[in-house]
Design a protein around this ligand. Structure first.
Ligand code: EPU
Length: 331
């Protein structure tokens, strides 16, 4: 489709257009679309548009997977391998797994977006990350149309990172993701206030965990249908032990997560300390219940969002000496 409105393809609610837009429902359809794209044309593959900030119209072709299907490809007493189409809505997949009593993704309940993007972003929340359950990722190379299956190790996963965001950025379209889920789930209840949320339950099930996570998220995170946003606008910075200790001296109550001698500090906490929580600048604002999230109060331009983001980064750097970086992709 030519001159296509992207309004319903970005949760920030930016009213921009793409020169051309294609949805595809199969690998064959994707391959035939790829043949029509001129070699010098810019190509962008999107998912649910929940992690994007369009700064202007897109003068190229946008691709979007509508490949569906949730298929069990192997099953033992312990676990199950499930191959999922990249165009499935992530939370529909989580709901399905919970219904089957397959454990591993319940802590990732209600994350917006689609299954393909989960493997690009390595989505994570409440002590779980997509990389913990991804077995393989099948993708089509945009240039050649050839299919490649990436093992979990080949995806180079790290906090909010993968090979698809770095070395191979923009080169592949993910068509299917295969997950390994457990038939004897171990519940992960140690993050934040999950246990408190479940305090009145005995014999906690993965559905109880899902419902608790949904309540926690709904209380903190704005619904993009009401208030345009792209979830966490910034990544949590990872700092050295020395930097961490020197900040902690001044802020003994600072929350943090330690992994392998490095320290992750919640950017939302730093932004709140800078006094930004709930504040607006023009039609862009910092969400009043979670300072990591920037919101479009209605009709905000990308320039207004970026100006707010720049002001926040500046203040965090000045107060804590730490650089924070957007996790949202600017297009
Ligand atoms: N905090 C504040 N003020 C705030 C926000 C947070 O003091 O305004 C403090 C909280 O009290 C808590 C700590 O910071 O002690 C962590 O807060 P929270 O549990 O809300 O998590 P986060 O680190 O701010 C990350 C993810 C979220 C995910 C939550 C829960 C990133 C960039 N974000 O946020 O992901 O839901 O953990 O696991 O890692 C998303 O990607 O869109 C997203 C929402």
């Amino acid at each position: 489709m030519n001159h296509y409105s992207l309004l319903k393809h970005n949760t920030f609610g930016m009213d921009v257009y793409a020169k051309r837009f294609f949805d595809y429902s199969s690998i064959e359809e994707l391959r035939s679309i790829l043949k029509t794209i001129p070699a010098d044309e810019a190509v962008l593959h999107i998912g649910g548009g929940s992690n994007l900030l369009f700064t202007h119209d897109y003068e190229g072709t946008i691709l979007h997977s509508a490949i569906k299907g949730i298929e069990v490809i192997d099953s033992t007493d312990k676990d199950v391998l499930v191959k999922v189409g990249s165009g499935e809505v992530w939370d529909d997949f989580v709901a399905y797994c919970v219904q089957q009593n397959w454990g591993g993704v319940e802590n990732l309940s209600l994350i917006p977006g689609e299954v393909g993007a989960s493997a690009v972003q390595n989505i994570g929340a409440y002590g779980a990350e997509a990389k913990d359950v991804i077995e393989t990722v099948e993708a089509i190379e945009l240039r050649s149309g050839s299919c490649r299956t990436f093992s979990n190790a080949e995806c180079n996963y790290a906090y909010r990172q993968s090979i698809f965001k770095k070395e191979l950025k923009g080169q592949y379209a993910i068509t299917h993701v295969t997950f390994r889920l457990s038939k004897t789930p171990t519940l992960q209840l140690d993050y934040g206030n999950i246990r408190a949320q479940l305090a009145d339950k005995t014999d906690v099930t993965i559905n109880d965990v899902r419902q608790a996570i949904i309540s926690i998220r709904e209380a903190k995170l704005p619904d993009p249908n009401v208030l345009g946003n792209a979830g966490s606008f910034f990544m949590n910075p990872i700092v050295s032990r020395d930097t961490f200790l020197s900040i902690q001296k001044d802020y003994p109550n600072m929350p943090f997560y330690e992994t392998n001698g490095e320290y992750k500090i919640p950017a939302g906490w730093m932004i709140e300390q800078c006094g930004w929580k709930g504040k607006a600048q023009g039609r862009a604002a910092v969400h009043d219940k979670q300072a990591l999230v920037l919101v479009n109060l209605g009709g905000a331009t990308s320039d207004e969002i970026i100006a707010l983001s720049d002001a926040i980064c500046h203040d965090v750097k000045e107060k804590f000496g730490v650089d924070i970086h957007p996790e949202v992709n600017f297009i």
